[in-house]
Structures are given as C-alpha cells and as structure tokens.
Ligand binder design. Structure first.
Ligand code: PAF
Length: 282
C-alpha cells in the first residue's frame, strides 16, 4: 500500500505505475472504513488494474458544523485495515487545504431536481458539496471507474448526472448495500450508536422490508402512514422522511405506473445520529 497526501505525490505515483495503459479505479471515502467500504474496494480490485482509495472528510458537504465535528476520524486505524488487502492500493489522504487551497468555495450544479428531494431537502447545499469535491478528485485522478454504495442511492444518481454535466469518460459503478447481521445498513455513523441504539436502529431496515412486503397490495399513503406511526412510538427517533419514489427520477410515487421501478427511502435521527437507508420495491 502506498499512502500519498499531496496532489503532486499522487500524480507522480500514478505516472510511475503507468496508468495510461491500465484500468484505474477510484473508491472515494470519508474514512472510518467498514465492511461496506471494503466491498466497494473488493469490487474495484476485481475490475481494475490499479485502485486509488481516497480518504477525505469533505467539509463542504456538511450543512451542520457539529455533524462535521462529530464525524468519526481515525486515519491510523483506516490505514491499518487497508494494509490487510492483498492487492496493492494507493491511498490518497489529503488535508483540507490541499484540496480547497484555503477557500471552501462550492460549485453549483444543475442536477435537474434530483438534489432538491430527500437528502437535498434536509441538508442544504449537501449535493453541491459532494459534486465540488468529486469534480476535483475526478479531474485530478482521472479514473476509468469510480465506485459508490447504493446506501447513498440519491448520491449515486447525482454522481452519474455530474459525470454527464462535466462530460467525463468515467464509468460510475453502484454497489449493493452492505448490511450488519441485524439488517442495519453499514455506515461510518453506526460507530456512534450505543449498544441499545444499535439494536433499535434496525427499525429502518424493518420498515423498508415491511414497505417491500406491502408494496402493490396497500397504497403508498397507507404504507407511509403506518411506518411514520411506528417511528412516533419511540421518542428517541426523529423521522426526517419515509418516501416511496421512482428509482430513476426520485419523484415521490403517487400513482404507480406499470413498467416503472420504485424504491423506498428513509432517513431518521436516533438520538443525535442521523441514519439513512433504502430498498428496491419491485
Ligand atoms: O459517500 C461519501 O462518503 C461521500 O459523500 C463522498 C462520495 C466520499 C464524497 O465526499
């Protein structure tokens, strides 16, 4: 494993590895690595000749400074875990100033409304922040493929749109959600849950399973109402949204159309930890 912290060092090592003749993969992360990230890296390693894993907590995608402060950070631990990979990885772990040059300037993108729903509605400017940092990484590293988890399904659609906007020849690969034994979607934020909260947090997964079971037999409104009530029963939860939406446009499903794919999306605070999850319904 090679660890680089500056853009220059990273480009030097990529040149040395003669990236022009091989397939380069990028797995962008914000660290606090877990099995979900490892499944992305595994897939990247299978499909590419060389893989860059970036570890960078991007300040411009946080709408709330306390969320940014509390975001788990442990580079030393992350590097130890990455050492265990058999294949050679290049880790890019830059500082904020290396990426933003002292000014946290954010680009604004026209994501054609994909960014205004769900996460975008609850986290102002979040997707412009994600777009800004990824456009920097994509132009610097120029990967052939970049890997993203379906847990952040809305982000995945927005990254695909970003590639069209920037007109970059990068294939965006979506990877299945990695779950704990109890169904909880793996996330760096899970580290902040107490053992009791960790157990309770399965309500998100159970709600999605219930929605999947009832989809097509009950109306979207009935499903949504029952799930909202389940969350209201436990005061430690604060449901931001439960939405059934079209998988391509993310438009909330009011009337179901034949041949269209739908997904259920959920976001809730459990104490002060914000959790999100989603599931394909048909
Ligand atoms: O999904 C994440 O961890 C982040 O949004 C990403 C894609 C690394 C951009 O900072």
């Amino acid at each position: 494993m090679t660890v680089k912290t500056t853009k220059k060092e990273l480009l030097d090592v990529l040149d040395l590895k003669n990236k022009t003749t091989s397939k380069l993969g990028l797995v962008p992360t914000m660290g606090a690595l877990h099995k979900g990230h490892f499944s992305l890296i595994d897939q990247a390693v299978k499909e590419c000749d060389l893989v860059v894993v970036s570890i960078f907590i991007n300040p411009t995608q946080f709408d709330n400074s306390s969320d940014l402060e509390k975001y788990p950070k442990n580079l030393h631990n992350d590097l130890e875990k990455l050492e265990e990979f058999q294949s050679e990885l290049i880790v890019f772990a830059p500082s904020t100033s290396e990426i933003y040059n002292g000014s946290l300037q954010v680009n604004h993108y026209d994501f054609e409304g994909l960014d205004r729903k769900m996460e975008g509605a609850f986290r102002q400017g979040h997707f412009d922040g994600v777009g800004t940092v990824l456009s920097k990484f994509f132009t610097l590293i120029q990967p052939d493929r970049a890997y993203f988890g379906e847990k952040d399904y809305q982000q995945l659609l927005i990254v695909k749109k970003l590639i069209q906007i920037l007109n970059l020849p990068i294939q965006i690969v979506g990877c299945p959600i990695s779950r704990e034994e109890n169904g909880l979607a793996r996330s760096s934020r899970n580290e902040r849950l107490s053992p009791t909260q960790y157990h309770k947090a399965t309500l998100l997964y159970k709600s999605l399973c219930k929605a999947k079971e009832e989809f097509g037999t009950k109306s979207v409104a009935e499903i949504s109402k029952a799930i909202t009530l389940d969350f209201e029963k436990d005061l430690e939860f604060n449901l931001d949204y439960f939405t059934i939406a079209n998988s391509k446009t993310l438009e909330p499903a009011t009337q179901l159309k034949n041949g269209e794919k739908y997904r259920a999306f959920i976001a809730a605070f459990l104490g002060d930890v914000r959790l999100i999850d989603n599931m394909a319904l048909n």
